[in-house]
Design a binder for this molecule. Structure first.
Ligand SMILES: NC(=O)c1ccc[n+]([C@@H]2O[C@H](COP(=O)([O-])OP(=O)(O)OC[C@H]3O[C@@H](n4cnc5c(N)ncnc54)[C@H](O)[C@@H]3O)[C@@H](O)[C@H]2O)c1
Length: 245
């Protein structure tokens, strides 16, 4: 039986790190791929089990991402990819300059494309066990206003097309590609919020609170599991009712 091997971008922090911990705890081999080398190494050191890798790479660098995927697969397969690396931008669309807008799109969109294409051949080798979960955001449906701005919302909306495009291309190989779209979640990304902003954002949720990273990671684990074997090209909303799918 093929052992579970999960590559997680942005795995050194927040949602990605929580996914890494959950995957390692269920016996998977994990690669944490992150632009922050020391945080990635520290994160891997805390994981249960053996054979995990910390790989320093910028998701915007296609060559680096190919090397990372090849190193982790080591001639075998990658069964799961969690594309969690991302940044938030809070500048209003009326003020944002083109270089900042491009930086958001580069990391949040091209970074995901680099990740899935780099892992592609190794996922295809895993066949029906191959699966990808991309981190979208409720912001794509609200136009921002939670954590990020319109540029962030634009980047996460673009990922919907990317996920469905890959779902179509990889389906003949039985590889599935889905999105989890969180609302505001308690991670270092939201630690920067003022109490006022935090209360305002919590108030946008029908349940009156932010999600915990474990709640997002549980939804991701559901989509990664073979039992989700006929779910592909879908968006799973985990946002306390901020938006309905
Ligand atoms: N936290 C939230 O409220 C929230 C809500 C909706 C969606 N999301 C999405 O979930 C994902 C994870 O968010 P989080 O809250 O865990 O964030 P986080 O800031 O805690 O972690 C992001 C990780 O990505 C890494 N990273 C950033 N740029 C990178 C790059 N160019 N190459 C490689 N790694 C890079 C960072 O070093 C960090 O370890 C993001 O895509 C984010 O947009 C988060």
């Amino acid at each position: 039986m093929t052992a579970e091997a999960v590559l997680i971008t942005g795995g050194a922090s927040g949602i990605g790190l929580t996914c890494a911990r959950q995957a390692a705890a269920r016996g998977a081999r994990v690669a944490i791929v992150d632009i922050n080398p020391s945080a990635a190494a520290d994160a891997v050191a805390t994981l249960e089990g053996h054979g995990h890798l910390a790989i320093a790479a910028d998701v915007t660098d296609a060559d680096a991402m190919r090397s990372a995927a090849d190193q982790f697969a080591d001639g075998g397969s990658i069964t799961g990819v969690v594309a969690a690396a991302g940044i938030v931008s809070r500048l209003p669309l009326l003020d944002i300059d083109v270089s900042e807008f491009r930086r958001v799109l580069d990391i949040n969109v091209i970074g995901v494309q680099n990740t899935i294409s780099a892992a592609g051949p190794h996922l295809i080798r895993a066949g029906a066990l191959g699966t990808v979960v991309v981190l979208g955001s409720a912001a794509a449906f609200t136009g921002g206003g939670l954590m990020g701005n319109g540029a962030y919302a634009t980047s996460k909306a673009a990922l919907i097309g990317l996920v469905r495009g890959y779902a179509r291309e990889l389906a003949p190989h039985r590889v599935r590609v889905n999105m989890v779209a969180p609302g505001a979640t308690e991670t270092p990304m939201t630690d920067v919020l003022s109490d006022t902003d935090r209360d305002r954002i919590a108030g946008m949720s029908l349940l009156g609170r932010l999600s915990k990273p474990e709640e997002i990671a549980a939804a991701i684990a559901f989509l990664l599991a073979p039992d989700a074997g006929t779910i592909t090209g879908q968006i799973l909303h985990v946002n306390g009712g901020v938006v309905f799918g």
